[in-house]
Design a protein around this ligand. Structure first.
Ligand code: ZN
Length: 189
């Protein structure tokens, strides 16, 4: 048994990793907006508290993620995203607070699937699927991820090419769009 705290983003007995804006170089689509935001400060973008005390086949780990509200340009705050080092490993995400979107992407596939992450949603991330979480609301987005202890996290595979989709703010609300097309639009305006 372990207690977790949705307001503090912590799990009893867990270790917390803090990712600040400066740690997320190359993650956001708008480089100019990223550099401008960094000049103003280096806020916490997200934290993950992980419970990884057990290991071996059949064991489970879990992480409590908290993404602070905010944007870089029009793009909402997000996690770096990863694919599991052990590719067949799946994961469940359970929304606890706030409004978010998850981007799910096949390693060698076309396009990105996405789904909402809300306090009443259980999202299944299949194996061989890169996943990133985005806070589209104006309060912290808090969720639990439960995954095989053997999964591991591969950040490099997704870091080299980034996700194919971005989640941006529009007058009509959050919108998922193709990253390349979004960058083209920015150049046109
Ligand atoms: Zn994962």
């Amino acid at each position: 048994m372990a207690r977790f705290n949705v307001d503090q983003g912590t799990i009893e007995g867990g270790e917390q990793v803090v990712r600040r804006l400066a740690d997320l170089e190359g993650v956001f689509a708008e480089r100019t907006a990223y550099n401008e935001a960094l000049r103003k400060g280096n806020p916490v973008v997200y934290t993950v508290s992980s419970l990884q005390g057990t290991s071996g086949d059949g064991e489970l780990h879990c992480g409590l993620g908290t993404i602070m509200p905010g944007r870089v340009g029009r793009e909402f705050h997000l996690t770096r995203g990863h694919i599991h080092a052990y590719r067949p490993a799946a994961e469940y995400y359970i929304g606890l607070r706030g409004n978010g979107i998850m981007l799910l992407e096949q390693e060698n596939g076309e396009g990105t699937e996405w789904c909402e992450l809300l306090p009443d949603r259980l999202v299944h991330v299949p194996g061989n699927t890169a996943h990133r979480t985005v806070n589209t609301g104006d309060e912290p987005l808090v969720y639990l991820g439960i995954y095989p202890a053997t999964a591991g996290h591969d950040y490099a595979a997704i870091g080299q090419r980034n996700f194919r989709s971005v989640v941006i703010a529009t007058a009509q609300g959050p919108r998922v769009m193709d990253r390349a097309r979004y960058l083209e639009e920015l150049l046109e305006h």
